[in-house]
Design a protein around this ligand. Structure first.
Ligand SMILES: Nc1nc2c(ncn2[C@@H]2O[C@H](COP(=O)(O)OP(=O)(O)OP(=O)(O)O)[C@@H](O)[C@H]2O)c(=O)[nH]1
Ligand SMILES: [Zn+2]
Length: 195
């Protein structure tokens, strides 16, 4: 992982690259003087997930559990950047797991999804990585992750689709074996926001 000095150097180089990009546009706006600096900071913020791991974010947030239930958390906001166009995709994530003696602190589900969303992504891989991280942390009997999102690269450019929604589903353990259970929780997942 990069240290503070390397990251400051990266920030300067990204800022320079944004200046070059802007210099190719016939701009007349006066307000863009500090834009390369702001854009560089924004890019690093949107990709800060590269500098952390689930283990680090989960910390002490794993607890013993004796029950036989299901944990289902929906409506976790996903803000990511597509790796092809560097344009946002924005959606909601629903995480369901069947604990086996261990549960995660609820906020840790959002922290895990953020670690992977704050990188350059395709939605399929993002969904898979969240499911894998939950599997690795508490070894549940099953995990189901559903993301429903809108890709701005489909809406603002290219095909310019008016109301596109992409749904990706990853099933592990019990969910991979039980289609009916999977369908129940997929149908309960929140729709992507209207953008
Ligand atoms: N599978 C998948 N595709 C994505 C995701 N985000 C963007 N894409 C797609 O990546 C593809 C890149 O296709 P290319 O033909 O290389 O790029 P392009 O010419 O900009 O494609 P168009 O968007 O069709 O104009 C496009 O079809 C995008 O819609 C994602 O999360 N998952
Ligand atoms: Zn894209």
């Amino acid at each position: 992982m990069k240290n503070q000095k390397q990251r400051e150097q990266d920030l300067k180089e990204i800022e320079k690259a944004y200046s070059t990009i802007l210099s190719k546009l016939p701009l007349t706006n006066e307000g863009v003087e500090s834009t390369p600096k702001r854009a560089a900071k924004a890019l690093l913020e949107l990709t800060q997930g590269y500098h952390t791991t689930p283990e680090e974010k989960i910390g002490e947030g794993i607890f013993p559990y004796e029950g036989d239930g299901v944990v289902h958390v929906k409506g976790l906001e996903i803000c990511s950047l597509c790796e092809h166009h560097l344009l946002p995709f924005i959606g909601t994530c629903s995480i369901t797991y069947i604990p086996d003696k261990k549960i995660l602190g609820l906020s840790k589900l959002k922290r895990i999804s953020d670690i992977y969303a704050r990188r350059l992504q395709v939605q399929e891989r993002l969904t898979e990585q969240i499911a894998e991280a939950i599997e690795k942390s508490v070894n549940p009997k099953g995990v189901l992750v559903v993301i429903r999102s809108v890709h701005l690269c489909m809406k603002m450019r290219g095909v310019c689709e008016k109301d596109p929604e992409t749904c990706t589903v990853v099933r592990k353990g019990e969910f991979a074996r039980n289609q009916l259970l999977t369908m129940q929780y997929v149908s309960e997942s929140h729709q992507a926001p209207k953008l």
